[in-house]
Design a protein around this ligand. Structure first.
Ligand code: GLN
Length: 205
């Protein structure tokens, strides 16, 4: 069985995620292809999807135009695993407020019962790296790269908190949905991408 993993290719860290996912598949010895996707037709063929970091307002508005947002929602509600990274985690959320400008009327998928605070750690120039730990998924040490990163300000029932930093929630999971505030694709460590591939594989069994 070969897996088809998509990276939503509207805006943001698309190529970096394709590379990390290809490396992760190789290291796991799992057969699969990784594709950048934009259209509903492309999304309909996926076994799993990564929504990359970038700018959530842009990703949301542009994926609304060609109905890809609707297709992602449908597929996910039928069990497709989704890994939301930074802006991608914002896309998965129910509501998002910007720390500076407050509520923005941006399109969201409303798939994961979490509230988000956008730009929770400051602006681009306040980017930083920090050691974080996700012991619950056997990743005790990970270098988190935070760039205009969001944090999760509230979680609904059944949402597991995987990591916090400075008392802010920065990684969550519920069922086949995974969301992180930081950018694993900007490091050489593919353990989170490997974990996501295993989620996809298990969802197919
Ligand atoms: N602050 C961005 C947003 O709100 C996310 C930043 C990122 O993905 N690195 O969409």
């Amino acid at each position: 069985m070969s897996l088809t993993v998509g990276v939503l290719a509207i805006q943001g860290d698309v190529h970096e995620n394709i590379t990390s996912t290809e490396t992760a598949l190789k290291e796991l010895g799992i057969e699969g292809t990784v594709v950048g996707v934009k259209t509903t037709k492309e999304i309909s063929k996926l076994d799993g999807l990564i929504i990359p970091g970038g700018e959530s307002t842009t990703i949301g508005q542009l994926s609304l135009v060609n109905s890809s947002l609707k297709m992602i929602k449908e597929k996910t509600e039928h069990g497709m695993p989704v890994f939301g990274i930074c802006a991608g985690m914002i896309m998965l959320s129910k509501t998002a407020n910007d720390r500076v400008v407050g509520k923005t009327d941006q399109p969201l998928l409303d798939l994961l019962d979490i509230k988000l605070e956008r730009n929770s750690f400051g602006r681009q120039k306040e980017s930083f790296e920090a050691n974080i730990s996700m012991s619950a998924i056997d990743i005790p040490k990970f270098n988190g790269v935070f760039i205009r990163a969001p944090s999760v300000s509230d979680v609904g029932s059944g949402v597991e908190v995987l990591a916090t930093f400075n008392e802010k929630i920065i990684a969550v999971k519920k069922g086949n949905l995974l969301g992180v505030s930081f950018h694993p694709e900007l490091t050489k460590d593919v353990s989170l991408h490997k974990y996501f591939i295993k989620l996809i594989k298990n969802s197919k069994n």
